[in-house]
Every structure is written in C-alpha cells, then in structure tokens.
Ligand binder design. Structure first.
Ligand SMILES: *Cc1c(COP(=O)(O)O)cnc(C)c1O
Length: 387
C-alpha cells in the first residue's frame, strides 16, 4: 500500500507514451543512420547564431535569469509591433498554454472548448486541473466548423483553443474567419478568451506573404478577447531549449508574470532565442526549404498512392489509399529501415500518418525507403494470394 494518495484527476491519467528516439531505433534495428521525421523539428538544425550565443554565454550559466526576460520581450514586441507589456515568455509555449488554463479556469466549475483531434496539451492540462473539456469534432476534411465550436461555449467557458495552422492536418483558416470567430465569441461569451496557437504560422502559405493572409498578429488586428501563442521550437530550431511566447491582453500578461514560476526560462534559452531572431539567413533558408519540399513531398506521396492533405505547416498528414497498405504496417516497416515518422493513434487517427518535412536529402531517402516498403508489402500480398 502506498503511503500517499494522488488527486483523482492525476490517478485517471494514462502513462505518457513518448515518441521513439533516434538512439532507441538505432539499437533495436542495428542501424547506423536513423532519420527522425516525427516531431516537426527544424530540418536545418540549430541556428548558427544561436549556437554561437550559447557558447558565448555558457560562463553566465551560474547566474539566475533576469526576471521577466525583458530583453527578449522587447525584441518580440518590436517584431510584432505590440507593447512589450503584452508579451509572455515561457518554458516552451506548453508552459504558457498550461498557465492560461490554471490562471483562468476554476476547477470543477469552468470549462474550455477545443476541437477533436487537437494538440493534446489543451485537454490534458485541463483534465489535470479538473476543468471540463468540451470538444467539437473536426470536419471530415480536417477543416473547422466554427459555428459548431461556438455552440459548445457556455457562460462557464473561459478559453476556446484553435491551432492555426492545425496539427496534425496542416489546415489553416483565413484570418477573416478567425476574426469573425473572435467577434462572435465576444458577443456570446464576453468572459471567454480565444487562444490562437500559431506554433506553425511561420510556414503558412506558399510565399513570404502567407503569414499576412492567415495571422491576425501579422496585421496588428488581434482583437481584445484573443491571444496568440508562438514558439521557438519549430521555425527557429530551438525545440530542445524549451522556449515559447505569447501576445496577451496586457492585464493578463501581468498576471502571467506574477503567477508563473520565476525562473522557468533559462539564461541560455533566452540568449539563443535573441540570436535566433537575428539569424535571418537561417530563417529564410528554413522557410524556403520547407515550402519547396512540402510541395515536392506532397506530389511524390500522392504518386505513391497516398491521400495527402494540403499543409500550411512543416509536416504532412497522409493516409494510404483504400487499396494501399495498413498505416501501422507502413510505419513499422519504415522504422526497420531507420525512418521515424508519426503514427496518429493518439489523435484517434489510426489510418493516418504524419511526416515532418526534412532536408532534401532526408526526404529523398525517406521516399526511397517508402517505395521499397510498398514494393515489399505488395509482393507479400501477392504471395498471400498464391498460397
Ligand atoms: C510544437 C507545438 C507547440 C510548441 O510547443 P513548445 O512547448 O513551444 O515546444 C505548440 N502547439 C502546437 C500545436 C505544437 O504542435
């Protein structure tokens, strides 16, 4: 008998199943090279200027960070043309999403509203807090039914979450639709905030103008009842350092800085983020690569017999066509060849797979391995017919 008891919300949690690590697959299948296309990390790695900043600042690691990360807040305020007092910085945008739920929703009384499937942090952190989660299924084509989403809003709703571009589909609604959603939410539930998670917004569109077509932040049109979360984990190549940020209503940002653990963003992450913002060459190379390879990979996967959803992010959602192989079998066969992609059972999409866009070389190798897998599975099937 354990000598302690946990809260019922914690006892009800399923154990976290982490993604496969490169090392694990290397050992299990005795492979030299393993390519990970599973977590939407930056294909070009860590920005060179960030690496230089980390080296330069290593000797300062013995000091506590400056409270409130004011230099980074100022840089982000300038980037987005907003007042620095509206910027929140966190240990990944995950920390900010978690804090928003904890700051705004009262356990056992309030609720949050989101889509199904969606990024798992919103429902999981709400469950941990004892906050009801009301969920609207996505449309069959993974687009958003905002009318139906609004119908779930009650006078106890504190937060409505949307992800644009969405994970795992890459779908991105036009900014006019998001603005209309915010306006209708304000009319229906003045106490509720719209959380717009833009982790992948940098990749939106097929040209440098994409962000302007899709983000209210890019046009300085963020309504009073909306906030935007962004991250340094994807386009900025700093996933392992854990740093993200949000543009909030000013009063809420001030509460955030009071409620948050004082030093959750470490000194090296802050310096690296400042350097990553300056590394425009790295950023341009990232966006060009993702857009070019996204187009190419989409076409090639379709040629190979996959349905591929149009993506505004640095990953593709795909599904083998009806006469094609089982998604799970495909995933396992790719693992054996040293390619880690993302099966989507945890998103309740067992027939789908998500592939992050890699470098041109990684994508070529992935496509070659996939062709090999399809050939092998096809041969096995014919054998099964014969015997
Ligand atoms: C990757 C991702 C994030 C970013 O999380 P961090 O904690 O900043 O690494 C946020 N939202 C979505 C939907 C994501 O896929």
């Amino acid at each position: 008998m354990p000598s302690f008891s946990v809260r019922p919300e914690i006892a009800a949690l399923s154990p976290y199943v982490p993604g496969m690590s490169i090392e694990e697959i290397r050992q299990r299948h005795q492979l030299e090279n393993v390519v990970k296309l599973a977590s939407n990390e930056n294909p070009l790695g860590t920005p060179p200027l960030a690496m230089e900043a980390i080296r330069r600042c290593a000797a300062g690691a013995f000091r506590y960070p400056q409270s409130g990360n004011p230099r980074l807040a100022a840089a982000l305020a300038e980037l987005h043309h907003v007042d620095a007092r509206r910027i929140a910085i966190g240990n990944g945008s995950d920390e900010i999403l978690d804090m928003l739920i904890r700051m705004l929703a009262e356990p056992g009384r309030d609720n949050i509203v989101c889509f199904r499937p969606c990024f798992s942090i919103y429902p999981i952190q709400s469950n941990i807090c004892g906050v009801e989660v009301r969920r609207q299924p996505l449309n069959g084509d993974f687009s958003f039914d905002f009318d139906a989403l609004l119908n779930l809003v009650t006078d106890r709703t504190r937060l409505v979450f949307i992800t644009t571009p969405d994970n795992p589909s890459g779908y991105c609604p036009p900014r006019a639709d998001v603005a209309a959603l915010a306006a209708r939410l304000a009319a229906r539930a003045p106490q509720a905030l719209l959380v717009i998670d833009e982790a992948y917004m940098d990749f939106a569109g097929d040209d440098a103008d994409g962000e302007r077509r899709f983000s209210l932040l890019a046009n300085s049109e963020l309504p009073n009842n909306a906030l935007v979360c962004r991250t340094f984990s994807k386009s900025y190549g700093l996933a392992g350092l854990r740093i993200g940020y949000a543009v909030l209503p000013e009063e809420l940002a001030q509460y955030y800085w009071r409620a948050r653990l004082p030093f959750s963003v470490n000194v090296l992450a802050e310096e690296a983020a400042l350097a990553a913002l300056r590394d425009t060459a790295f950023r341009d190379a990232t966006l060009t690569l993702v857009r070019t390879e996204r187009r190419r990979l989409t076409e090639r996967l379709r040629d190979l017999g996959f349905s591929v959803w149009p993506s505004h992010a640095n990953f593709l959602l795909c599904r083998p066509d009806d006469d094609g192989p089982d998604a799970k079998v495909c995933f396992e066969a790719l693992l054996k060849r040293g390619f880690i992609i993302r099966p989507l059972g945890s998103y309740q999409l067992p027939d789908h797979l998500r592939v992050s866009i890699g470098t041109k070389e990684e994508n070529d190798a992935f496509l070659a391995a996939l062709e090999d897998v399809l050939r092998e599975l096809d041969t096995n099937e014919h054998r099964a017919d014969v015997f």
